[in-house]
Design a binder for this molecule. Sequence first.
Ligand SMILES: NC(=O)c1ccc[n+]([C@@H]2O[C@H](COP(=O)([O-])OP(=O)(O)OC[C@H]3O[C@@H](n4cnc5c(N)ncnc54)[C@H](OP(=O)(O)O)[C@@H]3O)[C@@H](O)[C@H]2O)c1
Length: 373
Amino acid sequence: MLTEVVLPGLVEPEGLRLRTRPLPETGPGQALVEVEASGVSFAEQQMRRGKYYDQPPFPFVPGYDLVGRVTATGAGVDPALRGRRFAVLTKTGGWATHTLVDAGDLVAVPEEVGAAEAETVVVNGITAWQMLHRMAKVRSGATILVLGANGGVGSTLVQLARHAGIRVIGTASPRHHGAVRTLGAIPLDYRDPDLPARVRELAPGGVDAVFDHVGGEGIVDSFRLLARGGTLVSYGTAATRDVPGSSRAPVLKLFARLLLWNLLPNGRRAHFYNLWAGRRRLAGYQARVRADLGQVLELLASGDFSAQVAARIPLTEAPKAMRLAESGTVTGKVVLVTGATGVTEEAAGHRAAEGGPRLVDGSAGRTGGEGPR
Ligand SMILES: NC(=O)c1ccc[n+]([C@@H]2O[C@H](COP(=O)([O-])OP(=O)(O)OC[C@H]3O[C@@H](n4cnc5c(N)ncnc54)[C@H](OP(=O)(O)O)[C@@H]3O)[C@@H](O)[C@H]2O)c1
């Protein structure tokens, strides 16, 4: 049997449900992964509000990424993968004790790296690495501005940039400034109305790149802060998470703005980064993810990168993990853990009896979260 967390509809975190069902058959090209750790990402905050750009239909199993060991392989998949630890980008389905994945999406995790530590760099590591090195192509000696430098992607970006010899200015709430400084960035308060002036004091000629997941009207300041030849990498619309209405409208408005800036002769570039772009050409996409995440995992294994685990919370306490991730009090990644921390059926039932997520009937059909993507 497997246990999984179900997001049934537009609910508060306490509305998450636990479900058990038989382990699925492993089909051709697939691997069954026993999940050790899965992350709580900003995407789930948007998904539970129905505000994710590519919103999955309810009910589904959330979980944007995971780390675990392969326990079964389907036809055409090397059986030698069984027992080894891998990271997988899933978009949904990671908040479970087991999940079926496309074997091509498996990225090997060095044995010396713990599951929760590796988990912190799956979606965050791929996103940060590709934005920094593939999209903005920032060179050593440059100065960049990272919004939300204490967050999952932000704290990863700061470390990767520092490792590449890049100077980083990072925005965060004052309570996180100590942590941001420890990561190697110069912290600034993102609520300071004079933030652009503060950035200009530190980089009078402008910055070489800005990484902006906030969107909204503030994106104009991000673009204006660029030096000539600089690059804006926009990758989210966090500013509109709680604004009622279409999940797509703020993104489309943002795209139009970026397009316009690129058409004007201003000597600067503006891009939107999308982690899933290029997945239609699957083999090439998977090879890039393996290469880029592989580099971040190597940095983690060598000690050149320090995993920012904000908290390890048992899978059966997913509501608590979600509340914490949304609290604005954490640095790094909130990680849901299974295995030794105990997500047996008994533990799930016990926690449900204590007022944790309710166990529901395991005979329900497949959800959007369990298959390979
Ligand atoms: N486009 C893509 O392919 C892609 C891929 C991955 C992630 N993302 C996006 O990346 C963003 C970060 O994801 P995550 O999982 O790292 O989230 P996270 O761990 O929850 O971090 C969010 C960060 O944003 C900060 N923040 C919130 N409101 C802000 C504002 N108005 N101005 C500046 N900073 C603000 C938070 O600061 P406090 O802690 O002070 O609240 C926190 O540092 C999300 O918007 C997500 O959608 C996009």
